[in-house]
Design a protein around this ligand. Structure first.
Ligand SMILES: NC(=O)c1ccc[n+]([C@@H]2O[C@H](COP(=O)([O-])OP(=O)(O)OC[C@H]3O[C@@H](n4cnc5c(N)ncnc54)[C@H](O)[C@@H]3O)[C@@H](O)[C@H]2O)c1
Length: 431
């Protein structure tokens, strides 16, 4: 451990970050700008070319300046050639861990990344898995490396699960100030990883075993998913009682021990919709609450559809003659990330029933060029993402472009329904 530990202290440990997506690229940038020599290994050639030319392929505040700095300093370079990440001291794996169609974990990206690393690593390397994984996966991946290399985990190489907790839109702040967990397959492994990340982490750090760390990460996202499902169930109830659920939640949250989450059109992104499945997948028993929460959240686009169709009924407009514009395709505000987006699920849910669905998202390519362009001649606008732009729209002017003035708010973006519109919002009761 002495050699690698000193290399980390002196910032001369040579690093490879495997997978340069939403997590891997910012992580590689942070290590490079902290003084490490980093090679990013990524299988998508177009991503490699973009990064090497100093242009990020993802939307994130500060990323363009920070990437430029890292590339121009010569400390960050991307490659698709595994030979270029041979004999590195540290490998940080940040590949995606999605679900298969049947909601079982798809660990093929991780296994392939681990096999690549095993073929090029050396005795004494530290291998960090940042990807979110089902419990016991890090230990299994250590065995896979042992089988390929003949090295002994914990003796000849170090291995750690270091889950990522950042939120898109705040990644570069949270990478520095969030607290971090380092789950080692041995205490020494965790200690090394903690030392490494201290290069830029200013938040608290904690060391534990890899399996505890895997469970911690999955519990965090499951906690959020289940609590959002509860808020969504409250939203359904609020419609039955004619209550504005947001007013009710604000009042309930004045209780010192209550913190009800925010209901909406659904839960998306790469993490929340899958992490509860990763948590329960290896377990022997069925966990009803966690699975039911997933079903409730997955069903929310259908509540938005019901609200739209109720509004159409009030003006006797049959769905098959209706033109609908969906505002926002990303799963969260001011992001371009459309993975598992409830906005997309909503589009799919109405597509077969209405005459035409248009989409506008300022961050997503292939959608209309402006709100006005998307809404011209439509019968209904549906807000599906809470992009900042949608908070300050001039509805009077937009309304004058529409054929019928129906506005459905799936994200509680509209505080006061605009005059002259038939307005319905998720959780807004009868208002
Ligand atoms: N996105 C988030 O906000 C977030 C937050 C916390 C944790 N996580 C977790 O981090 C992990 C990565 O998520 P992401 O959003 O960055 O995914 P992503 O899809 O944006 O990035 C993964 C990258 O890895 C590349 N890749 C896949 N297989 C590879 C291989 N064998 N070798 C080299 N590159 C390979 C892909 O081409 C892609 O560019 C996931 O496990 C996720 O659950 C994500």
């Amino acid at each position: 451990m002495k050699g690698i530990s000193k290399g980390i202290d002196d910032r001369i440990a040579e690093m490879a970050v495997v997978g340069l997506g939403y997590i891997g690229l910012p992580t590689a940038i942070m290590f490079a700008n902290s003084g490490f020599n980093v090679i990013g290994y990524e299988i998508r050639k177009e991503v490699v070319d973009r990064i090497n030319s100093g242009r990020a392929h993802i939307v994130e505040p500060e990323i363009d300046e920070l990437l430029k700095k890292a590339v121009e300093s010569g400390r960050l370079k991307a490659t698709s050639n595994p030979e270029e990440i041979k004999n590195r001291d540290v490998y940080v794996i940040c590949v995606q861990t999605p679900l298969n169609e049947d909601k079982t974990p798809n660990l093929s990206y991780l296994e392939s990344a681990v096999k690549t690393v095993a073929k090029v690593m050396k005795k004494g390397s530290l291998v960090v898995i940042e990807s979110t994984v089902p419990p016991l996966t890090t230990v299994k991946m250590a065995r896979l490396i042992e089988d390929i290399t003949g090295l002994k985990a914990g003796e000849d190489f170090y291995m750690v699960h270091a889950p990522e907790r950042v939120m898109p839109g705040r990644i570069f702040k949270e990478l520095v100030y969030n607290s971090r967990i380092f789950g080692g397959i041995t205490p020494e492994s965790a200690e090394l990883a903690e030392k490494l990340y201290r290069a830029f982490v200013k938040g608290q750090t904690f060391k534990t075993s890899s399996t505890v760390s895997e469970v911690v990460k999955l519990m965090e996202n499951t906690f959020r998913d289940v609590n959002i499902a509860l808020a969504n169930e409250f939203a359904h109830l609020a419609h039955q009682y004619g209550v504005n659920v947001f007013e009710a939640i604000d009042l309930a949250n004045t209780h010192p021990r209550v913190n009800i989450h925010t209901p909406g059109i659904g839960v998306g992104g790469h993490c929340l919709p899958k992490d509860p499945h990763l948590l329960v997948w290896p377990a022997k028993d069925d966990f009803g609450l966690i699975r039911l929460a997933r079903e409730i959240n997955d069903g929310m686009p259908l509540l938005a559809k019901d609200l739209l169709f109720e509004a159409l009924k009030t003006v006797n407009l049959p769905p098959e003659r209706t033109v609908v514009a969906v505002l926002g395709l990303a799963y969260k505000g001011d992001s371009d990330d459309t993975r598992n987006s409830p906005a997309k699920a909503f589009v799919e849910a109405i597509e077969g029933d209405v005459k035409e669905v248009r989409t506008y998202d300022p961050f997503v390519e292939g959608t209309h060029g402006s709100v006005e362009d998307a809404l011209k001649g439509t019968d209904a606008a549906v807000i599906a993402t809470d992009h900042s732009e949608f908070r300050s729209l001039n509805w009077e002017r937009i309304g004058s472009l529409m054929r019928t003035r129906i506005l459905i708010d799936g994200r509680h973006v509209i505080k006061e329904p605009p005059e002259g519109f038939i307005f319905k919002g998720i959780g807004r009761g009868d208002c």
